[in-house]
Design a protein around this ligand. Structure first.
Ligand SMILES: [Fe+2]
Ligand SMILES: [Fe+2]
Length: 272
């Protein structure tokens, strides 16, 4: 079992965000803004899935998962709160969140699906957040030039995603979720996640007025296909999920622990 600490982040999120807060790069900013827009509704879904997963276990097997589930829920609830504050700044900048209503509609459609399906979707998305987390914690390029409080915000979230990467997966297994659906749902989630992220990034660029600038697309090519870009860096860890002997704990979580230790001044344990 993983001991999950819920942390309060000690950064000022009242101060406005510069429009191109991510190193002055319009595409990189629009992409991370898009991800942030998906978090409040997505993370609520993860919380609900894990809660329902615990309830679906026979009472004598719940105790083994309860502490970790509490930590998971606390961490995701904090992420939701902080990203909602971040997203308020984006709304004031004139950006419109189209991802959230699409995600909420899909959640309504699958409301009656069994809990294992919800957990498979959660575990699949958590693999995405975990590999994205390792990327943000080990490579400077995606957040290069972002002001310190925003680097802290994204790397704190990344570290906790890395810490709780196994929770939904283990619950899915404990409820005898099978391999076929685990991988099948992962492929579907991959498609939906990538298209939603790109669509929202495009919307953001359009509203931002930087759609027509060549520098925007140069930044986009770098982030997506550059040497330290998403496609090159995430393809191999993405594929790992397809293996039958995959477990999230196989992923290296040292970058997360190192970051949390080196940045202990930026957070306090809740209740500590
Ligand atoms: Fe999160
Ligand atoms: Fe998460």
């Amino acid at each position: 079992m993983t001991d999950l600490v819920v942390r309060r982040l000690l950064i000022d999120l009242e101060a406005p965000l510069p429009r191109h807060w991510n190193g002055g790069d319009a595409f990189r900013t629009a992409f991370f803004n898009a991800l942030s827009m998906s978090f409040p509704s997505g993370e609520q879904f993860f919380i609900d899935s894990v809660r329902a997963g615990i309830q679906a276990l026979p009472p004598d097997r719940r105790t083994a998962f309860e502490a970790e589930a509490r930590g998971f829920i606390g961490q995701e609830a904090t992420h939701r709160r902080i990203h909602a504050l971040f997203n308020n700044h984006l709304a004031r900048q004139g950006l419109v969140n189209h991802w959230e209503p699409r995600a909420l509609a899909r959640m309504r459609e699958m409301a009656n699906a069994e809990v294992r399906t919800h957990l498979a979707v959660t575990a699949a998305t958590e693999h995405f957040t975990a590999i994205l987390a390792e990327y943000l914690l080990t490579i400077d390029a995606p957040l290069a030039g972002a002001e310190e409080r925003l680097q802290t915000l994204w790397r704190w979230h990344a570290s906790e995603e890395s810490e709780h990467r196994s929770t939904a997966f283990d619950l899915y297994r404990a409820l005898e979720g099978n391999e076929y659906w685990r991988v099948r749902i992962f492929r579907i989630v991959t498609w939906i996640f990538i298209t939603d992220a790109l669509r929202q990034t495009m919307h953001n660029l359009w509203r931002d007025g930087t759609w027509w600038k060549p520098s925007t697309w140069a930044g986009g090519l770098r982030l997506l296909f550059g040497r330290d870009g998403l496609v090159r860096r995430l393809r191999t860890p993405w594929k790992a999920y397809l293996r039958e002997d995959f477990h999230p704990s196989q992923q290296d979580d040292r970058p997360a622990h190192d970051w949390l230790r080196a940045n202990a001044h930026a957070w306090r344990p809740v209740g500590g």
